[in-house]
Design a protein around this ligand. Structure first.
Ligand code: CP
Ligand code: NVA
Length: 321
């Protein structure tokens, strides 16, 4: 394999750091790596000697384990770094942390409260930085979800995802990821709780290039009409303040049998997890035949591997050049 050094490093901070072509190429690469893994083909030659540093300011099950297992499967190594245990927790600057880690590792993944902090980390690191969830976005989840949707429906064009629930990082990523791949996205959130206006503008700017449509509603039943996918997330994200009135308004957005019955016959239910059964979704829908929540969780692994491979191996023709 011919290797080439990247002229400028690539950071994945929000989904639209990728072009539509790059997003689709990473998802295709993920599908290929998934098929290889299922066929028992060895993959430990893909990233030998490569190290990933994973900084976590907040808890994680899926992101942590899938990145760590992904590196191990490809012959690389991942370091779990709790922000509390790093000098960062004692006040060392993000800039120094980014610069120093770049002298040891090949790539950094960071889950931080503030998106501005991940951006600062990316600026100070000379190696690629992947956002593992911030208050603004969750790009690796968005990409993995697009893989899951492609597996389910064979593609994205002409299919519709309805997000019902609170505004948060997840709906922002679904808007951008959906726009990148050409999926229609309809969002229903309570009054005064609409998604980040800058993200909305960015998604609306991408959508016409890929044939996606983006719509916003207050009434969840308007959003779910003709939907192939109903997606929800926790009403209170990590570090998010949600007032009592909004929580009360959110009760009308719970995904239940009645809401699912307003969708297309082959519709599926999606959630990034972790979930609060009985709050944003009923236990019956979460555990019912339409639920594909564990496929979503699995696909984090395959998408993270594809992303790491494209970032680190960088063969001529890598989609991220
Ligand atoms: N969906 C997701 O990012 O899960 P974790 O918080 O467990 O990583
Ligand atoms: N919106 C949720 C997603 C968790 C993976 C949160 O930020 O807590």
């Amino acid at each position: 394999m011919q290797l080439q050094t990247r002229a400028t490093k690539f950071d994945l901070l929000t989904d639209d750091d990728l072009t539509p072509e790059q997003a689709v190429a990473i998802i295709d690469r993920a599908a290929q790596l998934k098929a290889q893994l299922k066929a028992g083909e060895p993959q430990n030659h893909l990233l030998p000697g490569k190290t990933l540093a994973m900084i976590f300011e907040k808890p994680s099950t899926r992101t942590r384990v899938s990145f760590e297992v992904g590196m191990a499967q490809m012959g690389g190594h991942a370091l779990y770094l709790s922000a509390h245990d790093l000098q960062l927790g004692r006040g060392e600057t993000i800039e120094d942390t980014g610069a120093v880690l770049s002298r040891y590792v090949d790539v950094i993944m960071a889950r931080m409260f503030k998106h501005t902090d991940v951006t600062l980390l990316a600026k100070s690191a000379s190696v690629p930085v992947i956002n593992g969830l911030s208050d603004l976005s969750h790009p690796t989840q968005g990409l993995a979800d697009m893989l899951t949707i492609k597996e389910q429906f064979g593609g994205w064009n002409g299919h519709k995802l309805a997000y019902v629930g609170n505004k948060n990082n997840m709906v922002n990523s679904l808007l951008l990821a959906g726009a990148l791949v050409g999926l229609d996205v309809a969002v229903a959130t309570p009054p005064h709780n609409t998604p980040d206006p800058d993200i909305v503008k960015r998604a609306q700017a991408i959508a016409p290039q890929t044939g996606s449509t983006i719509e916003f509603f207050e009434n969840p039943y308007h959003a779910i009409m003709n939907a192939d996918i109903v997606y929800t997330d926790v009403w209170v994200s990590m570090g998010q303040d949600v007032d009592a009135e909004t929580l009360d308004n959110l009760k009308a957005y719970q995904v239940d049998e009645e809401m699912m019955s307003g969708t297309l016959p082959n519709s599926v239910f999606m959630h990034c997890l972790p979930m609060m059964r009985g709050q944003e979704v009923t236990a019956e829908i979460a555990g019912g035949p339409q639920s594909i929540i564990y496929d979503q969780a699995e696909n984090r692994l395959h998408v993270h591997k594809a992303l790491l491979y494209e970032l680190l191996v960088n063969p001529l023709g890598s989609v991220l050049l």
